[in-house]
Design a binder for this molecule. Structure first.
Ligand code: FAD
Length: 394
């Protein structure tokens, strides 16, 4: 057992964990950041950062490092519904997104946390939580015959979907639903995308495209959970078959392995517990369609770090002392979560989608407004302005 007690142990060095670590060491806390993987590690992701995620990288102080790495600016989205009009939406002038591979982005953020003063241990898998009198007082590492206990005043679960911290805390609201699965890989040789992400919708799911720099395009195939059996052991064949029948990808050559992930729908009851809090996907995730996950991870990290700092300073890291974080998360994310559900309902109804895409093609301002909201540049309520609503109805 380690005799040292850390102020904070963070489980998971994805964007949420690294950003929380960088912020907390900057506030003077002793932080240990753990990840089970070696970096760079691939992460199934559309790799398209919204303008709000770019701003969040700026407020973290990471943007110059990100801009110095291979990336592609993204000015908006082109949506191509099945057998209906395609439409294009642009981010507002003040906001630009970025396409960047996670094997590039994530190590930059880990390194930022390390340079600010966090201790980073990679290849360290957390298997359980330490508890005393009902509260979390640390984590237990395991795997490959090794076992170690690490004590901390606060444990942050930033370990993504299938979070072990969430499961050990018993905070999963219900079992995850396998509504969808995703397969992602990089292709070279795809025709340039005009600095936009593209989403191709089909009755069976969708294919998302984003240039990520270095001549590569991220291709994310999202299909229904019913395909689970077809995918078992056949993910490369399945992915390559989708690429072969998607005209815009003709000429593309897969240059990475295919990563599979799902289910995405991991709802939590709360993001705080006595001695612990959750951030990023671990705090709850629904669906990758609108590509807001990295923003939620980075902005959530800012909210988590502020709450953790206040709790550590007061000497009280109970759930009650951390409750303000739970409320701040709800204020920040609940309206975009409702919008995600609404968009999913629309996209799964081709008839409705045909009507809507006609309107959006004819009224580019409406498409821009939708893209601005899903890029977290404008609040969801901006979609309900009388002027915009009138333009939908006439
Ligand atoms: C198909 C798909 C497409 C997506 N597309 C986009 C997109 O285009 N844009 C966007 O913004 N978001 C997108 N997202 C969402 C985005 O990928 C996530 O929201 C984001 O990665 C969340 O960051 P995180 O730090 O919370 O978790 P992660 O990035 O998952 O990091 C979690 C880390 O925890 C580590 N870990 C896990 N368990 C343990 C353990 N027991 N011990 C130690 N370490 C552990 C993992 O190794 C990992 O490094 C997409 C998601 C999917 C599935």
């Amino acid at each position: 057992m380690s005799t040292r007690e850390w102020d904070v142990v963070i489980v998971g060095a994805g964007p949420a964990g690294s950003a929380t670590a960088a912020r907390l060491v900057s506030s003077g806390h002793r932080v240990l950041l753990l990840d089970r993987e070696e970096f760079p590690r691939p992460k199934p992701c559309g790799e398209c950062l919204s303008p709000a995620a770019v701003d969040a990288l700026g407020s973290l102080g990471a943007l110059p490092l990100v801009r110095a790495a291979p990336h592609v600016p993204i000015v908006g989205w082109r949506i191509l519904p099945h057998e209906a009009n395609a439409f294009t939406g642009s981010f507002p002038d003040e906001g630009e997104g970025i396409g960047i591979a996670r094997v590039t982005l994530d190590p930059i953020l880990v390194e930022l946390a390390r340079r600010r003063g966090a201790d980073v241990r990679i290849g360290a898998r957390v298997v359980d939580l330490l508890r005393e009198e009902g509260r979390v007082v640390g984590v237990k590492l395991g795997g490959r015959g090794a076992s170690e206990e690490i004590r901390a005043r606060l444990v942050v679960g930033a370990d993504g979907l299938r979070s072990v911290v969430v499961r050990r805390l018993g905070l999963l609201r219900r079992a995850p639903r396998l509504r969808k699965l995703a397969l992602t890989a990089h292709l070279e040789g795809v025709a340039p995308l005009d600095f936009r992400g593209e989403m191709h919708l089909f009755p069976w799911g969708c294919v998302g495209l984003a240039a990520v720099g270095g001549g590569r395009t991220n291709v994310s195939v999202v299909t229904t959970g019913d395909e689970k059996r077809a995918l078992a052991g056949l993910r490369d064949d399945y992915f390559d078959a989708v690429v072969a029948r998607t005209p815009v990808l003709s000429g593309g050559r897969r240059v990475t392995g295919v990563l599979a992930t799902g289910p995405f729908d991991w709802p939590t009851r709360s993001a705080v517990a006595d001695g612990a809090l959750l951030v990023g996907d671990a705090a709850g995730y629904y669906d990758p369609f609108t590509g807001q996950g990295v923003y939620r991870a980075l902005h959530g990290a800012a909210l988590a770090a502020a709450a953790a700092h206040a709790a550590l300073e007061s000497g009280d890291t109970s759930a009650a002392a951390l409750a303000g974080y739970e409320r701040a998360r709800r204020r920040a994310f609940s309206s975009s979560e409702r919008l995600q559900h609404a968009i999913e309902a629309l996209v799964s109804r081709p008839g409705l989608m045909r009507v809507l895409s006609k309107r959006l093609t004819a009224r580019p301002a409406l498409a821009d407004a939708l893209v601005a909201v899903t890029g977290d540049v404008r609040p969801v309520r901006s979609l309900f302005s009388p002027r915009l609503l009138a333009s939908v109805l006439v």
